[in-house]
Design a protein around this ligand. Structure first.
Ligand SMILES: [Fe+2]
Length: 303
């Protein structure tokens, strides 16, 4: 079809909309429909291809994999980059980089002050201690900040999504102490892949891509008067470190991992075996009006 004929049919469709509708939704839907009409025309999409796409989109919802698709096709990372730009236009730069939340946060983790132990289940994996400070834009430590942390176990599985783990295993909320410090003990996470044979796996396979993430730990860091930080740190040395299917690895989020194995330190920490240690500080931005929303409304699994 030529462009005038496509414009004419789009105009007929859009003319059925009235002032009773939501103008924002009208603008977004009309734009997406227009772009898809053009895609169908340009790529000569056949009816069988169109209806197989509809069946696929239905299946993604049934499988609960929209969060994985959004990450895997780069939408979630793209939204991060747009937020970075919007902040930079307002003069907000530096600080700890944000990166994607992913689909596996569960609100309501137990809250502790200063330090926490995340590995509540009996589980294998190297012991890892991670510690540092939350700081404000002025570089000063922030007391009473909330560090919400969640990560996968030694098999790359998350509590609540893996029925073999107890609720909130490897999930905690740590309130920073008077010096802005947090500390936790856990087990070294490993990377994981999208569910084999699922919707994301099928799509990535057809794109000739893998669906694997490198080992990482998720964080939300919040404090009154500061912008919420959504981020992750990656475990250095992972073969997928810079080949994350969700594009979440960023400079500044790959802290060194130290193996602590000298006898005196192990005794002082009451550790029976060598452990890994990561030092990492979170640098927040001051909250103020005129900046894009830092709290993203998103459906979460209810514990
Ligand atoms: Fe994750």
């Amino acid at each position: 079809m030529n462009k005038q004929d496509i414009d004419a049919v789009l105009a007929r469709i859009e003319a059925t909309e009235t002032g009773d509708g939501n103008p924002r939704i009208q603008a977004v839907v009309n734009r997406i429909v227009r772009d898809l009409f053009v895609t169908i025309e340009d790529l000569d999409i056949q009816p069988n291809e169109f209806w197989s796409a509809i069946a696929y989109l239905t299946e993604v919802g049934r499988n609960g994999e929209w969060g994985l698709i959004a990450a895997g096709l780069g939408f979630e990372h793209f939204l991060d980059l747009r937020l970075d730009e919007a902040e930079a236009r307002e003069g907000v730069t530096g600080g700890t980089p944000r990166t994607i939340e992913g689909p596996l946060y569960v609100p309501g983790a137990p809250v502790t002050i200063g330090s926490a132990r995340l590995d509540q289940d009996e589980q294998p994996g190297e012991i890892l201690f991670m510690q540092g400070r939350v700081r404000g834009a002025d570089g000063q430590p922030v007391a009473d900040a909330l560090v919400e942390v969640w990560h996968a176990n030694h098999l790359g599985a998350y509590s609540f999504f893996d029925p073999t783990q107890s609720p909130f295993n490897l999930r905690r909320t740590i309130r920073t102490d008077a010096d802005g410090r947090y500390r936790f003990r856990t087990r070294m996470p490993v990377g994981y892949s999208v569910p084999p044979g699922g919707s994301a796996d099928t799509l990535l396979g057809l794109l000739g891509r893998h669906g694997t993430r490198p080992a990482h730990i998720h964080f939300f860091v919040t404090a009154p008067g500061h912008r919420k930080l959504t981020t992750q740190i990656n475990i250095e040395g992972d073969p997928y470190l810079w080949d994350d299917f969700a594009f979440a690895t960023r400079e500044g989020l790959v802290p060194p991992v130290t193996l602590v194995n000298d006898a005196a330190t192990l005794r002082a920490r009451e550790a029976e075996a060598p452990f890994y240690s990561i030092d990492f500080d979170f640098d927040l931005h001051a909250a103020r009006t005129g900046l894009p929303a830092d709290r993203v409304e998103r459906a979460h699994f209810e514990a």
